[in-house]
Write a protein that binds this ligand. Structure first.
Ligand code: SIN
Length: 488
């Protein structure tokens, strides 16, 4: 089915460097995960394109950092307005290249815009400090300054929102940007950049280089080795995040790393079970389970386990799976063949180790190669691949527990620490758990946590840095201490 947009020119297929759309060199295919059909071909960037983008961003930085914050804010506000005005087109692009149902694609556009609006407002609040001097005759200040050229490496699961929550704070802070979107979903980011250009982002301030999976290391290495790039912001896997941290050491770049998760979701015996099922549906099955903050391990107290499992299975079995183009679809295809293979491996490993499939558990070949049935497993334990690795798919493995201290230890028994969730109505337990869980984000009786006003990020192997909130702006600033003497 052709992709029909009310603004066909938003479907761009070129790098955007120094304010120009540039078709350099060979291309690679962008495919529809629902069918495998080629949607578009975009440039397969290399180190030359990567360096050209940094040249442009570096040249644009002095003027952009001096542009008054209010003016930068106005440009970001126009970008926000344009993104919302083109919500339908952007939602269609997201759904086509990423596979999420159209309602979720549209929802992601509003979510992305909320970050642009938030950082437009924060741009004018990058306040420093006046520090009381400890000796006479001095004035002491802490000034906030943009870090410089930022390289943003963004994932495929939220192709609009992750770009927005990296690029909007960078531009708000006065930084310039070079961006490499995920190879599965470059079209949404190119459309967003086209709208940023319309909003008045000056040439060179925002540059984007597309590259295939094979060529991505060449582009990223060029940025890692370039001392003019002062910050890397990355959302993706922990091994890649660690590689970026190691390779950034020689040029000591600032880093924001939003990496893998392995979120526990705990249902205590005093929980509102219906609310807990709703929370799990929202947290686990949004975007087909392809979310870093997605619950990966579900611990249910023995006293309520069977009732909770029955309620959950009824909801999961009723989920409509199908292509984004079908308005009835609630779960689309997984992003690619590698993703489905991993999900299948996790389910097969769990079953081989004694787990029982309560619903789902298989691919759905009648729909296409990348579909997997929403699945609930019972009898999961800590030895299974689904407990050790992020499944990144629509699989909820249930583990029975009977003791609070034991479940806290199990929840924390992972190198990861992005999100954690629990359901309980005991206020003392709530605060014990909020303190004890090793995670950057904790949901208490709530499954949908992300918001532009909240700091998003992890601890341990889930990375560092925060996106969204006032902290999200600070990640693109450094603090300069200025001291004036001889004033008496
Ligand atoms: C992510 O998966 O990294 C982002 C999820 C979100 O913003 O909710």
């Amino acid at each position: 089915m052709p992709l029909t947009l009310s603004r066909p020119d938003l479907q761009r297929t070129a790098h955007f460097i120094a304010g120009e759309w540039q078709n350099l060199g060979p291309t690679f295919d962008v495919t529809d995960p629902a069918t495998g059909a080629v949607i578009a071909q975009v440039p397969d960037g290399d180190s030359q394109a990567a360096r050209a983008a940094v040249d442009a961003a570096h040249a644009a930085f002095p003027a952009w950092r001096k542009t008054p914050a209010k003016q930068r804010a106005q440009i970001l506000k126009r970008w926000n307005d344009l993104v919302l005005a083109h919500q339908e087109d952007l939602g269609r692009l997201i759904s086509r290249e990423q596979g999420k149902p159209l309602a979720e694609g549209r929802g992601e556009v509003s979510y992305a815009a909320s970050y642009i609006e938030w950082f437009a407002e924060e741009a004018t609040r990058a306040n420093g400090e006046v520090i009381p001097a400890p000796v006479p005759g001095r004035r002491m200040f802490a000034l906030k300054e943009p870090v410089g050229v930022v390289a943003a490496i963004t994932p495929w699961n939220f192709p609009a929102a992750m770009i927005a929550r990296k690029i909007a704070p960078a531009l708000a802070a006065g930084c310039t940007v070079v961006c490499k979107p995920a190879e599965d979903t470059p079209l949404t980011s190119l459309a967003l950049v086209a709208l940023a250009q319309e909003a008045g982002v000056p040439p060179g301030v925002l540059n984007i280089v597309t590259a295939s999976r094979e060529r991505t290391p060449e582009v990223v290495d060029a940025w890692l080795d370039d001392a003019r790039v002062r910050k890397i912001t990355f959302t993706g896997s922990t091994p890649v995040g660690k590689h970026l941290a190691r390779r950034s050491a020689d040029t000591l770049k600032k880093l924001s790393l939003e990496l893998g998760g392995n979120a526990p979701f705990i249902v205590f015996e005093d929980a509102d079970l219906e609310a807990a099922v709703e929370g799990l549906m929202a947290a686990k099955f949004r975007n087909g389970g392809q979310t870093c903050v997605c619950p990966n391990r579900v611990f249910v107290h023995a006293a309520v386990h069977d009732r909770f499992a029955a309620l959950l299975v009824a909801r999961v079995a009723a989920l409509q799976v199908g292509p984004a183009s079908d308005p009835a679809s609630q779960i689309g295809p997984m992003i690619n063949a590698r993703a489905v293979e991993k999900i299948e491996r996790h389910v097969q490993d769990a079953v081989a180790r004694g787990a029982v499939v309560l619903t789902g558990g298989t691919r759905l070949p009648a729909l296409g190669a990348n579909y997997f049935a929403p699945t609930v497993l019972a009898g999961a334990d800590a030895t299974m691949a689904c407990a050790l690795e992020e499944t990144f798919g629509p699989v909820a493995p249930l583990t029975r527990f009977s003791d609070e201290a034991e479940v806290i230890a199990q929840a924390n028994d992972t190198p990861f620490g992005l999100a954690a969730y629990f359901y309980s109505r005991d206020v003392r337990r709530i605060w014990r758990l909020a303190d004890a869980l090793e995670a950057g984000i904790v949901g208490i009786n709530e499954g949908a946590l992300a918001a532009e006003a909240a700091p998003f990020g992890g601890v341990k192997d889930s990375g560092y840095g925060r996106e969204g909130s006032v902290h999200g702006l600070d990640d693109y600033l450094h603090t300069k201490y200025v001291c004036q003497g001889q004033l008496d």
